[in-house]
Design a protein around this ligand. Sequence first.
Ligand code: ACO
Length: 338
Amino acid sequence: MSQTKPVYASFRSIGAYVPEKILTNADLEKMVDTTDEWILKRTGIKERHIAAEDEYTSDMAAKACELAIERSGIAKDEIDLVICATVTPDYFNMPSTACIISDKIGIRDVQAFDISAACSGFVYLLSVAKAFIESGMKKNVLIVGAEKFSSIVDYTDRTTCILFGDGAGAAMISATSNKAEGIIDLHASADGSYADFLVTPAPGSVNPVSQKVLDEGLQYVQMKGNETFKLAVKTLTKDVKEILAKNEISADEIPHFIPHQANYRIIKAVGDALKMTEEQVVVTVGKYGNTSAASIPMALNDIWESGRLQEGELMLLDTFGGGLTWASALLPFAGKSK
Ligand code: ACO
């Protein structure tokens, strides 16, 4: 009797797109009651990129996808699933942004859908791609985290507008029979009892579009910054400790630790708790701000493009976000070095 060979999901390539326009702390000083010094000290953010008015989440995502496809060496007609993670879709109800992206990059007749997990979106995408591939249902899954976060930010609210930026990052996840290339472990979870920590109250079934929604600014992101900060440090640290212990890997064996880029103080606290060196911890929050589902793939793209991420090297991804959601993943980079 013939036995089916096990299949593993491998991370083949990375691509990202950053919009041209830069919003600096000096620009924000002119918009709200803040200072460059306060923003830098409390968040580590110097600037963030903002999409043009007529540049949508799907446009940024499509550009990141084209790069990830080209770098994977996989032909478009071999891709059998496209998934997008975003909380700033082109349209809030339908169609999904993944459908629009697929059309923009010329992929038709394949399954396409969105997921919503806020800043945990990219690692959640990895978990979905892994499940589809390892069950044998799909072979090449194109995943993309993309956000036009500026479309839900109130630029008169100094507590949120300093934090977020726009951008997109994509990856090709492919089937392989070589276990050494596969995702080693992945953990994703959520706790909806913290839903009010990060919320965009409208539009939705709770608050359909109305004059009241606009008058009260319910279409903008609201955040309990302090509470989110504390929980983020705790969750990110605990998650990494667990995934490393489970796989009997010590923190010093990880060349690339890529935490969600929300705030440098969060990243530093987690890195210190894990006794990681500056060389191990990837930090891009200073130049991109928090780009939600795009933050981890944009950071990965940065280290790949600079030649820092090499074929076969271990990556440890660690994220948290609205929901609340959190996730971590341990995997080798199975693509080619630059
Ligand atoms: N400029 C100047 N002062 C400010 C600003 C600003 N931009 N924003 C707030 N302040 C003031 C506050 O009003 C407060 O003043 P008060 O003491 O007179 O009341 C003071 O600064 C301190 O405010 P805190 O909120 O305590 O400042 P904190 O050090 O916690 O920093 C921050 C705030 C940066 C938001 C931090 O809490 C944080 O990063 N939290 C995590 C947020 C996060 O990660 N969110 C993303 C989640 S991922 C996702 O899914 C989208």
